[in-house]
Structures are given as structure tokens and as C-alpha cells.
Design a protein around this ligand. Structure first.
Ligand code: URA
Length: 300
């Protein structure tokens, strides 16, 4: 891989994390990628920016010792307008607090009619609120302990999830299972779901109108579960829940509030598979989430 390829890979990773700006001669990531695509003979400096320093993989690869033992309403209508929600960016390092009581947020949407997780799941099977049902094989509503106090929220089903109808069961899901085990949770202790309940074709990023259409299901899931802690996995989950355009790299490492519920954001497991350098910060994040959970559990 020459310097140009390594720089492109680095920039694509930054973009994947939701970053649009780099301090690089005043060019944005898009502009620089355009330049790289158009010009061969890229800057040699790229070779030292490749991010390939071999940081120790901090997340254990094996299942860690378990510290604590522990799944016919009317069709919702497509919203009249599917606009792109304009999300503000927040000051880096500033925890975000979204909303008041979560039940109120969920109550304002069509999904409030679903009073159990099973009812939400059933509704997603027939959902036509966006076009994704046309290409997806199965809806993936979410699964886990209906009394879970720790909820993981990802982006959207991938190929394996689409085949099986279950969240996080492909390669990224297997890593998530190991990460959870490393902080003392079995999958059946927690609840795992996504922002989108149908797979975007080719695993592309969720479109804004798809998020707008699908978010009420997630809000209602969270309103019913009333978790102690939410772990937002990746840019889409973190930005959707926190209503921000701030990049994941600046959202992670803190305790935000989602309708009063502590929310820790971290890198998506799929991103960790692509870039092991993010395993260390992700490990710190999930440990933080576990500590918050333990503190709240201990206080009740
Ligand atoms: N990635 C996600 O965000 N969710 C899944 O369920 C699988 C992969």
C-alpha cells in the first residue's frame, strides 16, 4: 500500500466516524479525497499518517469471565415529509443531554400504540414507512432480555442479520458478544437493537428519511425497557440518539443523557474490526458504561 492509499484509507476512516473537517491546508475530507482520487503522486507525509502504529488490541478476544449472570396493530403511515434533519454539532468534550421523560418522546409518535417489545417487533415485520422493506429479506427489530437494564443500540442490520432476522450476529456481532462478555454481560442479559429495523442495500449508511421513519420504534423500545444505561455503537446510533452531528470520536468517552438515561457512545464493532487502533478507546468506553451501570444498580 503506497502513501496515497494509506492516506485515503485514513481519511475514509475519519469520514466513517462522521468527521467532515481536517486541519489540512484548509481542505475538507471530501475535497482531499477528491484530490487524492484525481491526482496520483500523493504527499509523502501520508505515510506517517496511516494510523498503522501497532497499538495493543485492548479488547479481549476470548469471552471474559462473567461477572454477573443474568425477547396486529394498524399499519403506520409513511410520513408526509421525509426531510433531512439538521443536527447541530456540540462543543467537543461537552456531555449532551437530550429531552425530558423518554415516555413523552415516544408517546408523541405512532409507535406509542405498541405496548410491548413483541408488538413493536410485529409492527416492524410489516413496516412500509420507508423503502428499505423492498430490498430487505427480514426485519430485525431487536432481541434480548425484555427486562434488560443495559441496552446496546447499533446502526442497522447487515447481511447476516438480514438473513436471520437477528441483530448483531455477523462478524461485528460476534465481536460485540465478546465485548459484552468482557464487561460481564451475556447477550441474554441485555437488549440489542438498531436505529434501522431493515437493512440498507449494500450496508450503506442510513438515509436521513429512513432514520426519521424508523426512530419511533427505537424510542418506544427504549421507553418500554427503561434501561439504566444505553451503549450507542457507532456514529449513526450516537448521533441519532443524541441529536447531534458531532463525530463519534468526540462523543465517546463521556456520559451523555438520553431522556435522563446515561448514554455512553463508542466506536461500532465493525469499525473496530477495520481499525484495531480503536479497540483501546472502545474498551475504555464499555468499561465506563459498565461502571455507570454498577453505580446505578448499587444505588437502587
Ligand atoms: N451492525 C449494526 O449496526 N447492527 C447489526 O445488527 C449488525 C451490524
Amino acid at each position: 500500500m503506497d502513501g496515497r492509499d494509506r492516506l485515503r484509507r485514513y481519511l475514509e476512516q475519519r469520514k466513517e466516524l462522521g468527521e467532515s473537517d481536517l486541519v489540512l491546508d484548509g481542505l475538507s475530507v471530501e475535497e482531499l479525497l477528491g484530490v487524492l482520487g484525481a491526482r496520483r503522486g500523493a504527499p509523502r507525509a501520508a505515510e506517517s499518517m496511516s494510523g498503522e502504529s501497532q497499538t495493543r488490541a485492548a479488547i479481549p478476544e476470548g469471552g471474559g469471565a462473567s461477572r454477573r449472570a443474568s425477547t396486529g396493530a394498524p399499519m403506520p403511515q409513511r410520513p408526509a415529509e421525509q426531510g433531512s434533519p439538521q443536527q447541530p454539532a456540540h462543543l467537543p468534550g461537552t456531555p449532551i443531554s437530550v429531552g425530558g421523560p423518554i415516555a413523552e418522546a415516544a408517546a408523541a409518535t405512532f409507535a406509542a400504540q405498541y405496548q410491548t417489545l413483541d408488538a413493536i417487533a410485529a409492527a416492524t415485520l410489516d413496516c412500509r414507512l420507508c423503502g428499505l422493506y423492498e430490498t430487505a429479506k427480514h426485519a430485525v427489530p431487536g432481541e434480548g432480555n425484555p427486562s434488560a437494564q443495559f441496552v446496546c443500540v447499533g446502526e442497522a442490520p447487515g447481511a447476516t442479520e438480514d438473513e436471520t432476522g437477528r441483530p448483531f450476529v455477523g462478524d461485528a456481532g460476534q465481536l460485540l458478544t465478546k465485548i459484552l462478555a468482557a464487561i460481564g454481560f451475556r447477550r441474554e442479559d441485555v437488549y440489542i437493537c438498531n436505529v434501522l429495523k431493515h437493512r440498507p442495500p449494500g450496508n450503506r449508511r442510513p438515509a436521513a428519511d429512513e432514520v426519521v421513519a424508523c426512530k419511533p420504534y427505537l424510542l418506544q423500545q427504549l421507553a418500554l425497557l427503561r434501561p439504566k444505561v444505553i451503549l450507542a455503537l457507532g456514529t449513526s446510533a450516537a448521533q441519532t440518539l443524541l441529536q447531534t452531528s458531532t463525530p463519534i470520536g468526540k462523543l465517546r468517552g463521556q456520559i451523555h443523557r438520553f431522556y435522563g438515561v446515561p448514554l455512553v457512545a463508542t466506536y461500532h464493532p465493525a469499525a473496530l474490526l477495520r481499525n484495531p487502533n480503536w479497540k483501546r478507546p472502545a474498551w475504555e468506553d464499555v468499561q465506563l458504561a459498565r461502571r455507570v451501570f454498577d453505580n446505578l444498580a448499587g444505588n437502587q
